[in-house]
Design a protein around this ligand. Structure first.
Ligand code: KG4
Ligand code: ZN
Length: 342
C-alpha cells in the first residue's frame, strides 16, 4: 500500500480480557480503535479466568490487528512504530500481545515501544483534552487498580497511594455477583442504581476522613454481603432481595464508592497543590462518579467513555515515549505486577 499516512503507529493491548489494537497518528488522532471484549466468555465465572483469557487472545489478536489496520486504511509498511502494553496485567494475556508486537517490530524493522497500561489509562485524558492537562493528579480506577498519582509531565507518574485490598472495579464486580446482576458488574450495578435510593443503606466509607491517600473496598463488599444475606450470628431478618432492594443496595454501594473516590481526589489535589485532575480506567465510565467529580474545584478531565475501559488507543503515550528514546529491545519481557517508578 502506498505510504499516504506516514506518521502512524500500531498499538496493541491484551493485558486482561480485552484484545485490542489501534492506529494512532502523531497528533493523537485515533484512526482506528478495535476492541474485542471477552466478557461473554468470563461471565458465567463471575470474573476473568486467566487461562481462558490467554487462549481467547491467541485466537483474536491477528484478526483484531488486521481490522485495526483495515479501518485506518493503512498497511504494515505505513507504520512508524509498534506500541504494546507490557505491564501490569495477567502474564499469559500480556505475552500474547507482546509476542505479536515483537514479531511485527522484527519483521517490519520498526521500533517497539513498551507501554504501562495504568499510565495509558491516565494518558487517555491527554488524548481527549490536549497537551496542557499536565501537571495533574491522576486517578486510575479500574478492575485491577485504584491508584492516585502525581503527574508533573505526560511521562512522570509518581504514586501517591492506592487500595490496600480490592480495586473499586473489582468491588463493583463482586457486588453485582452478590446481587445476582450480570458480569461485568460496573455497568449492571450502575443501571440498577438508577432506580434506587443512594441513602437507603449507610455503607462504610473506608479512610474517608483519614489524611492518608489510601483506599479499601473489601469491608464495603462484606457490608453489602451482610445487607443482602444477613449478618452472621444475627437474628435480624433482612428484607427480601426484590427489585427495589437490589436498586437500593446498588445505589447505596455506588454512592459509598463515589464518596471515597471524590474525597481522595480532593485530598490529593490539596496536598500536592495541583488543581488539575485526570481520571481514567473502567470505573471512570460510571455516570454517578463523572457527575460527582464535577463538584471538585479545579480542572477536571475524565477520559471519554470509549477510552475508559481497556483499549489500545490509550497506548498512544508511545509517541512521547518514542521521542524520549524509550523504545525497547526485542528481549523485553511482560511484567504482571505494577513496577513503581524510581
Ligand atoms: O480499565 P478496565 O476496562 O480494565 C482493567 O484494567 O481492570 O476496567 C474494568 C472494570 C471492571 O471492574 C468493570 O466492572 C468496571 O471497570 N466498570 C465500571 C463501569 N464500567 C466498567 N464500574 C462502574 N461503573 C461503570 N459504568
Ligand atoms: Zn485497564
Amino acid at each position: 500500500m502506498a505510504s499516504s499516512q506516514p506518521d502512524v503507529l500500531l498499538a496493541i493491548e491484551s493485558s486482561c480480557d480485552e484484545t485490542a489494537a489501534a492506529v494512532i497518528d502523531r497528533d493523537l488522532n485515533v484512526r482506528s480503535n478495535v476492541v474485542s471484549s471477552q466478557s461473554q466468555l468470563h461471565a458465567r465465572f463471575g470474573g476473568v479466568v486467566p487461562e481462558i483469557a490467554s487462549r481467547a487472545h491467541v485466537e483474536r489478536i491477528l484478526p483484531v490487528i488486521d481490522e485495526a489496520l483495515r479501518r485506518a486504511s493503512v498497511g504494515l509498511s505505513d507504520l512508524s512504530a509498534i506500541a504494546v502494553a507490557t505491564q501490569p496485567g495477567l502474564v499469559g494475556s500480556l505475552l500474547v500481545g507482546l509476542t505479536a508486537a515483537k514479531t511485527l517490530a522484527l519483521v517490519m524493522n520498526l521500533p517497539l515501544v513498551p507501554v504501562n497500561h495504568i499510565e495509558g489509562h491516565i494518558y487517555a485524558c491527554r488524548m481527549a483534552a490536549g497537551p496542557d492537562v499536565f501537571p495533574a493528579i491522576g486517578l486510575v480506577v479500574s478492575g485491577g487498580h485504584t491508584n492516585l498519582y502525581h503527574c508533573p509531565t505526560p511521562l512522570d507518574f509518581h504514586p501517591l497511594g492506592s487500595t490496600i485490598d480490592d480495586a473499586a472495579g473489582e468491588a463493583f464486580d463482586k457486588v453485582a455477583h452478590i446481587l445476582g446482576l450480570p458480569y461485568p458488574g460496573g455497568p449492571s450495578v450502575e443501571a440498577a442504581a438508577r432506580h434506587g435510593n443512594p441513602q437507603a443503606i449507610k455503607f462504610p466509607r473506608a479512610f474517608v476522613h483519614d489524611p492518608r491517600i489510601a483506599f479499601s473496598f473489601s469491608g464495603l463488599k462484606t457490608a453489602v454481603l451482610y445487607a443482602v444475606r444477613g449478618t452472621p450470628g444475627s437474628q435480624r431478618p433482612v428484607p427480601p432481595l426484590d427489585q427495589r432492594r437490589i436498586a437500593d443496595v446498588a445505589a447505596s454501594f455506588q454512592e459509598a464508592v463515589v464518596d471515597v473516590l471524590v474525597a481522595k481526589c480532593d485530598l490529593a489535589m490539596q496536598q500536592q497543590g495541583i488543581r488539575s485532575l485526570c481520571v481514567g480506567g473502567g470505573v471512570a465510565a460510571n455516570g454517578r462518579l463523572r457527575e460527582r467529580l464535577q463538584d471538585l474545584q479545579g480542572r477536571l478531565v475524565i477520559a471519554p467513555q470509549e477510552l475508559c475501559t481497556d483499549n489500545a488507543a490509550m497506548a498512544s503515550i508511545a509517541w512521547e515515549l518514542l521521542d524520549a528514546g524509550r523504545s525497547a529491545e526485542l528481549d523485553i519481557d511482560a511484567v504482571p505486577g505494577l513496577v513503581r517508578h524510581a
